[in-house]
Structure formats: C-alpha cells, structure tokens
Design a protein around this ligand. Structure first.
Ligand code: AMP
Length: 380
C-alpha cells in the first residue's frame, strides 16, 4: 500500500541545485510545500522552495530538525552521507532508500551491484595502490580510464591512460582515493533511460534518449534516440530490472554506452532525475520531476507521452564569456524554451540553464536548440 502524502504537505529535499529547482517548481504546481537542505544559500532550489536550510550534511542536529519539519524526504544530489540519510529516516520516509544512495554514490559498489545482478558493465578493476594499477592496466590494456570511486561526475576525478608511461601521473592526480580502472569503450553512441517507479511497483519510462557529450559534460540530448527497436527494448528491460532489484521509489536514470555491435553496457546510474531527462520538462505530459514527486508522495505515476520529438541543449557558464547572452536572438524561434537556474556566477563548465524544443523529428529539435544556443553569442 502506498503511503499518500497529500498536497499542501511539505517535501524535504537534500541538495539545492537545478534538479531540486525543477522538482520544486513541479511540487509547487501541485500545491506542495518544499523545504531544501544543503550547505549553500540563495540556491537554485532555495529560490523556489518555501524554506531553505543552510547547514552541513554532517550537522545531524540540523538534519533531525529538518526531518521533523517535513512529511517525506527525497534527494536531488546523491552524495549525501549515509549517516545524514539515516538521521532523517528516524523521523520520516526517505525515497529512494538510503541503501540505494549508498550503492550508487560509489563506482565500486555500483558496478558490483550491477555485475552481481547480471547487468553488463565496462570491464573494470578496483584500485587502491600504484602496483594494483600497473597490474590492472596490463590486464585491461590501453586506452583505459582511471576514475575515483566516489564523488565523480561530469568527468571530474577521471584520467585517461593511453600508455603504460601515463600510469604514475594518472595515479598521482587521484592520490589517496579509492579508484576504479575501466576499459575504454569505443562506443557508437551514449544513451540513457529515465524511468520512475512508484511505491506499489508501477514502472514508467520515457524510451531511450540519445546523449552527446563535450569535454565529458552532457551537451545535447534528443529523443527518441535513433536506434533499433531491439536496443530500445533491451535498454528499457535493463533499466526496469535495476529499478526492481533496488525496490526503487522515485525517478532514476541509467546511462549506457551502445557499442558498434549493438550491445549495451551500463556506464552509471543516477538515483534521481537526470540532465538527459530535462527534455521531459515541457515536451512531455508528465516531467521526470513530477514523476519523482508522485512516486515519493504515493500518487499514481503520470503519462510519459511526448508531445513530439524533443531535444535539449545545456547552457554552461562559458556562454556568458562575452557578456550577457542575447536571449532575444535565441528565443526568435518560437519552438525554443529557455530554462535558467538562477545561478549568479557563470563559471566555465558550470550548468547555468538549458534550451528545449520539440519539432517534427528529434534531429530537427536538436538543430533548433543548437542554432538557438549559437545565436546567444552571435554578433547582431
Ligand atoms: P562518467 O562521469 O563516468 O559518466 O564519464 C563522463 C563521460 O566520459 C561519459 O559520458 C563518456 O563520454 C566518457 N567516458 C567515461 N568512461 C568511459 C569509458 N570507460 N570509455 C569511454 N568513454 C568513457
């Protein structure tokens, strides 16, 4: 039986970035109140939430008083310490469960969980010292990628090894941290599946989204992906299997490498709404953020139907390098929708917003958002 949290109740959110902001916008639409908790202030989520608590995640006194002031807790940021989640769970339900976060916030644990459940992962070795790394590089071959086990995202904490001479330097860069060495996958495409699972086991998904990265950071996503029906079915089946095995409640994303022989390998799991799912916010009947809200609150999940093929282009801080971008020029195409996250400092590589569009085909939608992004900086 689902535990229903009714509108006008308060949802607690750990984390305060753009994912929490879009979650809060959806929650507000349905008449919920939102209380965000993070070490920062005037945050993307805090600007939209009813209450913003600024405290460290290891301040368990603050965590407990936060948990007592809300009706249920969820996340927009997965690197919340286990003790923090456990302290909150003394008072309220936390979705997804703390154990799922614990597994997915560490590449070792995540890969072992996946491999243990028969889900294909990149060949990998766990590394704690330089000797292990030397052995692992000779076993997996070059090129390969050394990644920190924890706290890595958008290519941070990663080092590509292209010859045995790189080993020492790569190790020194990530010194003192548990690492994973992965074989380098010569993929055809990167794709993802965003899904939601309810407290009663209802499962919905948005099909397969195609993702293009630049400098390890997501650049453009489009849906539906231009891939065979067999690959779509396989990707959705694997995603569902992962969600079931976890007993997952909320929105989850699985990122895959699609190899040239049409096999899928899981790269990583995001236990929350995901950047590639931003193209569901507007172009779909129910966004990935509303699904998270519905799942956490014990409500039926919504339709994942797209109003049309869709695409999204990220806006990084680099777009501000020449001064204020030309928003008028970008929005000259009436199909294009602008989302900005309320961040005041446009640093290079920082996700500041995105553009989304629907069109006749996913490729045309991608063209529309790319062209709009280009116009942001074109001399008029
Ligand atoms: P990650 O933080 O693990 O998602 O890595 C960020 C991006 O780096 C991925 O989306 C890929 O574009 C690239 N990448 C990471 N691991 C590998 C790998 N083992 N083989 C090839 N490319 C990779």
């Amino acid at each position: 039986m689902a535990k229903i949290i009714s509108p006008n109740s308060t949802i607690g959110v750990f984390g305060s970035g753009q994912l929490g902001r879009m979650f809060a916008i959806e929650a507000r639409k349905l008449g919920y109140r939102v209380h965000t908790f993070s070490p920062d202030s005037d945050t993307p989520t805090g600007q939209v939430a009813d209450i913003e608590t600024t405290a460290n995640y290891d301040d368990l006194y603050e965590v407990r008083s936060f948990a007592q002031s809300v009706d249920v807790v969820t996340f927009e940021f997965e690197n919340v310490p286990s003790a923090t989640v456990a302290a909150a769970a003394e008072f309220v339900d936390v979705h997804p469960r703390g154990e799922i976060l614990h597994t997915t916030q560490n590449r070792w644990r995540e890969k072992e969980f996946l491999a243990g459940n028969g889900i294909p992962v990149t060949p990998f070795r766990t590394i704690t010292n330089l000797d292990e790394l030397r052995v692992a590089v000779s076993e997996l071959g070059v090129p390969c990628v050394l990644k920190t086990a924890g706290f890595g995202y958008d290519g941070k904490g990663q080092s590509k090894i292209t010859s045995l001479d790189d080993v020492e330097l790569a190790f020194d860069k990530l010194v003192g941290q548990e690492c994973v060495l992965e074989a380098f996958v010569d993929f055809e495409k990167e794709v993802s599946v965003v899904c939601a699972r309810s407290q009663t086991g209802e499962f919905v998904h948005y099909g397969v989204i195609e993702n293009e990265h630049a400098n390890h950071i997501l650049d453009v996503s489009l849906a539906p992906a231009n891939i065979s029906t067999k690959v779509v079915d396989d990707a959705v089946a694997m995603t569902r299997e992962i969600a079931e095995r976890f007993g997952y409640v909320g929105t989850m994303c699985v990122e895959f490498f699609l190899t040239r022989d049409e096999s899928l390998i899981v790269n990583e799991i995001a236990p929350r709404p995901h950047n590639s799912g931003h193209l569901t916010f507007g172009p779909c009947v129910t966004s990935q953020f509303e699904q998270q809200l519905r799942a956490v609150c014990g409500l039926p999940l919504g339709s994942t139907e797209f109003y049309g093929p869709a695409a999204m282009a990220n806006l990084l801080g680099d777009v501000w390098a020449g001064g204020e971008p030309d928003w008028t020029a970008a929005l000259a195409d009436p199909r294009v929708k602008l989302h900005l996250y309320g961040k005041s400092e446009p640093r290079a590589g920082r996700k500041m917003g995105h553009l989304a569009a629907t069109s006749e085909t996913a490729e045309q939608a991608a063209e529309a958002v790319r062209a709009a992004r280009q116009r942001l900086n074109s001399p008029s």
